[in-house]
Design a protein around this ligand. Structure first.
Ligand code: BG6
Length: 301
């Protein structure tokens, strides 16, 4: 039996979730009363979430490719067990390895509100243990419904404390980047990565008019992406995260990246719920840390 046939037998739920093979990858496809979504098992990478009757909420690059060991450009990359470059090593990937390794499905269910739930666990290998030799278990739970809920849980299974950074590096779809505003970060301090890492203070909502790569500190409240072009607001609620990254590479950097698609930067905005910079998390033995988000769409007021 193929891998996808075995997964369908064990975890498929008619009217909710099925598994298929695409470009050599296994993808969980969700189609329920609320929305369509899909998740690549490599990276536990949610690629799309489109509530019925809405433009896509999660952006996927038209130039994205699915390839073994390569992160997918768009969707919700899972950054774990560190965010950005590793603190001391240069031989390991930025944003950690979780987004490029295999995860296994450990459960699915139909929810009472007609949503669909799936849980995936990272599969440790010799290669991951060489980068992260600490006993731990990481599970991503995703609920696809009227809202998109994601919970990235890290359990310290060892007898010493462990320290992690992580993120749900979400790419949101916008009608036109030049028109949108991000609310919820007013008055907060941020590290400006396009200005040598200098510390600045946000005044008013965030407007994107050039390359933006910022780590907003001490941020635990909701952010709202106001998108007048589609008369909608995307609300980002979170727990277990006290920093927020706002990123858009703008034209020149996007050209160099090569996998954002023509003018792709105009249609996307990353608002990432993170444990980044000084916001790293120490987990005591046998304890867990959860980074939880809820994305919802509201009509513009
Ligand atoms: C953001 C970082 O989180 O991710 C940026 O703040 C980085 O500095 C961006 O360029 C994309 O990273 P990657 O590894 O997916 O190209």
């Amino acid at each position: 039996m193929s891998d996808s046939a075995a997964l369908n037998q064990r975890f498929g739920i008619p009217g909710h979730i099925s598994f298929k093979e695409t470009d050599g990858m296994i993808v969980a496809e969700i189609d329920n009363l609320h929305a369509k979504a899909d998740i690549c098992l490599q990276g536990a990478h949610l690629m799309h979430w489109t509530p019925h009757g809405q433009p896509a909420v999660i952006w996927m690059s038209p130039a994205a490719t699915l390839a073994p060991g390569k992160s997918i450009r768009g969707g919700v990359p899972v950054c774990w067990p560190w965010f950005g470059p590793h603190a001391t090593r240069t031989d390991v990937p930025g944003h950690g390895f979780a987004r490029t390794v295999m995860w296994e499905v450990i459960g699915t269910k139909a929810l009472e509100d007609n949503g669909t739930w799936i849980a995936l666990r990272l599969v440790p290998t010799d290669a991951t243990r060489a980068q992260w030799p600490y006993p731990s278990e990481v599970v991503l739970q995703i609920a696809i419904g009227k809202t998109l809920d994601m919970d990235l849980g890290t359990l310290n299974t060892g007898s010493e404390p462990i320290t992690i950074g992580d993120a749900l590096h979400t790419y949101f779809t916008v009608s036109d980047i030049r028109e949108v505003l991000v609310h919820g970060l007013e008055g907060t301090t941020y590290i400006d990565k396009v200005d040598g890492g200098s510390y600045k203070k946000q005044s008013g909502p965030v407007l994107i008019e050039q390359e933006v790569d910022r780590v907003y500190l001490d941020t635990s409240g909701d952010c709202v992406i106001e998108d007048p072009g589609w008369q909608r607001r995307i609300r980002i609620a979170k727990r277990g995260s006290h920093s927020t990254v706002v990123w858009n590479p703008w034209f020149e950097k996007a050209q160099k990246m090569g996998d954002l698609g023509e003018n792709g930067y105009r249609k996307m905005l990353c608002v990432e719920s993170t444990n980044a910079a000084n916001d790293i998390v120490t987990i005591a033995p046998k304890k867990e840390h959860h980074l939880w988000v809820r994305y919802s769409v509201e009509a513009e007021k």
